[in-house]
Design a protein around this ligand. Sequence first.
Ligand SMILES: C[S@@+](CC[C@H](N)C(=O)[O-])C[C@H]1O[C@@H](n2cnc3c(N)ncnc32)[C@H](O)[C@@H]1O
Length: 300
Amino acid sequence: MPQVVEHIPVLAGTLTERITLPPNGVMVDATIGQGGHSYLLGKTLSHEGVLIGLDVDKEAVRRAQLRLKDLVCRVILVRSNFSHIAEQVHKQGIEKVDFILADLGISSVQLSDVEKGLSFLEDAPLDMRIDKRLKTTAADIVNNTDEKTLADLIYNFGEDRASRRIARFIVERRKSEPITTTGQLADIVSRALRRPGQKRRTRIHPATRTFQALRIAVNNELENLKKLLASSSELLKSNGRIAVISFHSLEDRLVKNNFKENERAGIYKIITKKPIVPSREEICENRRARSAKLRIAQRI
Ligand SMILES: C[S@@+](CC[C@H](N)C(=O)[O-])C[C@H]1O[C@@H](n2cnc3c(N)ncnc32)[C@H](O)[C@@H]1O
């Protein structure tokens, strides 16, 4: 059973200030999670309004169902990857929507769920699949990928300049034993980055970037985001808005570039010239918020 951990929606105040839905409007929360953002925005919809929520995690859909049960609007929750957003909306007989929200990545609940094997803070099976229907786990990648491909993956998705050294340490260790737990991997990466007599390079855990890289690869995160962004411009009504909260520069770059391209093509007007970031107070209350960036665009 997943542990009960409170999930605080990131940048919720800013979002509710910037997004006004028509009471009979349609919103799609592409990452329903605990339903935190959806609850706040869904409250502004009347019984004629529709809230469609997607999530790849079965548990998240179940939790959101409970969270949103008192909303008066029609609530449709589907276990689906947001790369299929258009298909899911059209299935409901809806052509266009007023608002699309994507709060990317994972929730604190998922991070602390040992079955998901996402955290280096607890020793758990090295899995990292948010969607358990996926076939390849992080352990499969770590144990079966050749050293160069592994190094490239850690560099490209984790932006860790020590990627070659980390990959070498992984390949060396797996000669003697398979790498099957998050603890083993965190230990290998820490050893790879440890220099004699040197204190930790940064305040973040040394394995942070490698874990990020593997999570992105296992869940195909960047390709899914590209598909979501490509479908969204088609789905939005005129004056409809899209808001994306991202947590690392690879995601943010995709969002920024997509919005810019659409602005150049006369499809979007960018509402946030610079990304909105959480206040220091919000970061103190919610560690997950520390790297959040919110960008909003409006369909012309
Ligand atoms: C940060 S949480 C969202 C939290 C939510 N905004 C709230 O306030 O409760 C991100 C959610 O997105 C889901 N997710 C990640 N990638 C997804 C994808 N490609 N398609 C659908 N859901 C995805 C995760 O399972 C997770 O539940």
